[in-house]
Design a binder for this molecule. Structure first.
Ligand code: PLP
Length: 466
């Protein structure tokens, strides 16, 4: 197999260590079998998220040292704005401290109560921000994006039929704009094709509503278009990005993803009035419009990160590394959703641990066992996160899938470390029915997966003796 070649060498390192199995057992018990509460220095390979976990380059660190901390109209802001306009092409650029702040500003000024915002699939914070203003967040991803085993090139595409139905059902006056998330994070980091974006854009124009991109992983999406979509093999990444963004009227962006920094974000809009209202609200919530909750050095690092992320060598390595982890897992017989996306692999815990019923949190058991076995941290996306009571029947509803997401930080881990992760997954599979289910001993009223405490069902150890 061709190795995705790292287009960098390492100039600064951070020590990590594997704590002993005894210590891992203690940490796991102290954390109530919830890896969110394990201290990060006791974690060997941390795949909890790709958000804000990137390694910055020498040029980004240099930009931080020369960042301009002027309160107003700093030269770092000018660099930030010019770089963003060069790629995204939108008229107004509003800096914010992270992606959800951009969502908060946009939805506060442009989404009235009882309106409806369609998206391929809303990311959790996007959905929460839409619902916070009293509107409905509607997912319209094409059916292919909902089939976990289907190998298809653009499973992030939006269904034009579902979108048209939404306009019919709710009426155009209730839909302030349509969103398109590239890549589709909640659908497995799957890309959206240019053809689909064009269709969605044409439809929005016909209906007279703006199209707003959730652009967090725009460069990864562009790479998939270049590799997989007819007619784009010879177009460079920046040109693909510009072509894509020209189809819309603005974007929200978390710089913690494809701007290769640890904090930051922005909102772009073409509409003058909407931008003015968002800017004015931003002054209350984020700060003066040329820093928006960020230091001048953060703006400088984002500008540099945006220039670096479109490097085709970087993207081939980045997405190649995720695909390579998928190939290793296939060789070892560990089941996961297909194909691998741009930023993560999603393990299928129901297939991996068929003896554990959904009431006993198989994906959480797999996640806890990965930590126990190898100090690896992933995140449960299953019944611990999504179980809820049916409002009509009062019965417990489990999600369709029990997944463990392994999100790969950018430029952080080596191929060897990810091979190790694959081996740890295989060892958890081998533990098989020696692994016991978990039960909740304490949970908060909302978003329980972050802080719930669990224990092996009925007490005792999670791994039964062989
Ligand atoms: C991370 C993310 C957000 C929110 O960004 P934050 O910086 O975490 O607030 C919004 N949409 C998508 C698709 C994301 O991945």
């Amino acid at each position: 197999m061709e190795l995705p070649f790292e287009p960098y060498r390492i100039k600064m390192v951070e020590k990590i260590q594997r704590v002993s199995r005894e210590e891992r057992v203690r940490h796991l018990i102290d954390a109530g079998y919830n890896v969110f509460k394990v201290p990060s220095e006791a974690i060997y390979v941390d795949l909890l998220t790709d958000s804000g976990t990137s390694a910055m380059s020498d040029h980004q660190w240099a930009a931080m040292l020369t960042g301009d901390e002027a309160y107003a109209c700093s030269k770092s802001f000018a660099d930030f704005k010019n770089t963003i306009q060069d790629i995204f092409g939108y008229k107004h650029v509003i800096p914010v401290h992270q992606g959800r702040a951009a969502e908060g500003l946009l939805f506060s000024v442009a989404v009235p109560k009882d309106s409806v915002v369609p998206n391929n699939i809303h990311f959790d914070t996007t959905r929460a921000n839409v619902e916070h203003v009293g509107a409905i967040a509607l997912d319209c991803v094409a059916d292919a994006g909902l089939d976990p085993m289907l190998e298809a090139p653009f499973k992030g595409d939006m269904s034009l039929e579902k979108l048209a139905l939404a306009f019919e059902k709710y009426g155009t006056e209730r839909i302030p704009f349509v969103m398109l998330t590239i890549t589709n994070n909640s659908g497995g980091g799957q890309p959206v094709s240019m053809a689909n974006a064009r269709e969605v854009s044409a439809f929005c124009k016909k209906m007279g509503v703006p199209l707003i991109f959730d652009a967090c992983r725009f460069a990864e999406n562009a790479w998939f278009i270049q590799q997989r979509e007819e007619g784009f093999a010879n177009m460079d990444i920046k040109e693909i990005c510009r072509t894509m963004f020209a189809l819309g009227d603005g974007c929200t962006m978390s710089a913690k993803k494809d701007a290769l920094v640890n904090i930051g974000g922005f909102l772009c809009l073409n509409d003058d009035e909407m931008a003015m209202n968002a800017t004015n609200l931003g002054i209350l919530r984020e700060g003066f419009p040329t820093y928006g909750g960020l230091a001048g050095r953060d703006l400088a690092a984002i500008a540099q990160g945006l220039r670096e992320v479109m490097d085709p060598d970087y993207l081939a390595y980045r997405i190649g590394q995720v695909a390579r982890l998928g190939n290793r897992l296939t060789e070892l017989g560990v089941p996961f959703l297909r194909p691998t996306g741009g930023h993560a692999v999603y393990l299928d815990a129901r297939k991996a641990l068929p003896h554990i019923p959904q009431e006993e949190f198989p994906a959480q058991v797999f996640t806890a066992a990965m930590y126990l076995e190898g100090g690896v941290r992933g995140v449960e996306i299953g019944s611990l996160m999504f179980d809820h009571l049916d409002p009509d029947t009062g019965e417990m509803v489990h999600p369709a899938m029990e997944l463990v997401r392994l999100a790969i930080p950018r430029r952080v881990y080596t191929h060897t470390q990810l091979d190790y992760v694959a081996d740890v997954c295989a060892r958890v599979m081998e533990m098989g029915d020696r692994l016991r289910g978990l039960e909740i001993v304490w949970q908060p009223p909302a978003l329980r997966h972050f802080t719930a405490k669990l224990q092996p069902v009925g007490g005792g150890k999670m791994v039964a003796r062989a």
